[in-house]
Design a protein around this ligand. Structure first.
Ligand code: XMP
Length: 326
């Protein structure tokens, strides 16, 4: 008889038995899976768990705060934040090719995480303790489908190549192994996580780095963060969050078009809205969302975001178009 309460109780007992008096670490991304996995392990072993959040500077507006404040407040988790924005931006300088961007972001992420991990191991060692466990938010579909079938698992394994170090030093703790996504959300709510975390739409690991077509710079990221925040605000206000699977907001940084704003002509960048409906992200269709909401988003973005003078709607299904632009 499946209840979220029994799942939590069972997992808490299992984690305690597995970890004993040793210590565990977990890489938090802000996503649903890692958040719920961390929350349940925290409930089981408290301060024996340390979470690491790598701030790569590629997240959306308010997302770091959500992890650093809201998640910590809801769980009491011990969190180590690594500010790595400079490092990522330097590594990405001059790079426009999507695959190269992904590789660089993945590589830097692993390096930064491994460094944080090594520091924690050393700190624990100094106190005579051992860090022996790595927490991961692996879900049931990730396991059954990692053999090469279809499903989000493949997307994950495909996209998250090198998402985390393949660490043989550590034993894995995977408290969500038996759950599907909707069950993970229920468990998250049961554990008291805020709705913004539990119902967060999918967001790619490389973040806004792959939503800027062209080179990634701080200025462009800031601009895209503003546009994305406006789109999300209006979609939420219109009650469309659950209906839309996700809505990437993309900056065409290498494109300029002529516009007219105020007293004169402008030569600015377009922003693309990519609202999609989907079951599992393997296939998707563009969401037929209300014109009034599109109009509000367009007006606000062109009024409020400097250097953007055009908003366009992506009306491509997947296939042939992927959900992300890069
Ligand atoms: P595409 O663009 O391939 O995206 O249609 C399918 C789904 O995967 C997400 N996505 C990623 N998720 N790391 C992730 O964890 C990534 O590198 C990544 N790239 C794309 C995308 O947002 C969509 O939900």
């Amino acid at each position: 008889n499946w209840t979220t309460t029994s799942v939590v109780e069972e997992q808490v007992a299992a984690i305690r038995a597995q970890v004993g008096t040793k210590r565990a670490i977990c890489a938090l991304s802000g996503g649903v899976d890692s958040s719920v996995a961390a929350a349940i392990v925290q409930k089981a072993i408290g301060d024996q768990l340390t979470c690491v959040y790598v701030d790569h500077g590629l997240q959306r507006k308010g997302e770091s705060a959500q992890v650093e404040k809201d998640f910590v407040a809801a769980t009491g988790v011990q969190l180590k934040v690594v500010d790595a924005e400079e490092r990522f931006l330097t590594a990405l300088a001059g790079v426009s090719d999507p695959e190269q961007k992904r590789k660089i972001i993945g590589r830097e992420f692993i390096r930064v995480f491994e460094q944080a991990q090594a520091e924690l191991v050393a700190e624990a060692g100094a106190e005579g303790e051992e860090v022996a466990f790595l927490v991961q938010g692996t879900l049931y579909p990730d396991i059954v489908e990692s053999g090469g079938g279809t499903g989000t698992a493949n997307i994950k394994s495909h996209h998250n190549v090198g998402g985390l170090p393949d660490d043989i030093e550590f034993e894995l703790v995977e408290p969500l192994r038996q759950l599907f996504k909707d069950e993970v959300r229920m468990v998250g709510s049961e554990l008291g996580l805020p709705d913004e975390i539990v119902h967060r739409q999918p967001f790619p690991g490389p973040g806004l780095g792959i939503r800027i077509v062209g080179e990634v710079t701080k200025e462009r990221l800031d601009l895209l963060r503003e546009a994305d925040a406006i789109a999300r605000e209006e979609l939420t206000a219109a009650g469309l969050d659950r209906e839309i699977w996700q809505c990437p907001v993309v900056l065409l940084a290498d494109v300029r078009s002529v516009g007219v704003q105020g007293d004169g002509r402008t030569y600015g960048h377009p922003i693309v809205l990519r609202p999609v409906s989907s079951e599992d992200a393997m296939t998707a269709d563009w969401t037929r969302m209300p014109y009034e909401v599109l109009a509000r988003i367009s007006t606000r973005i062109t009024n409020e975001v400097a250097d953007v003078n055009r908003v366009v709607l992506d009306v491509t299904s997947k296939p042939p178009g992927t959900i992300e632009w890069e």
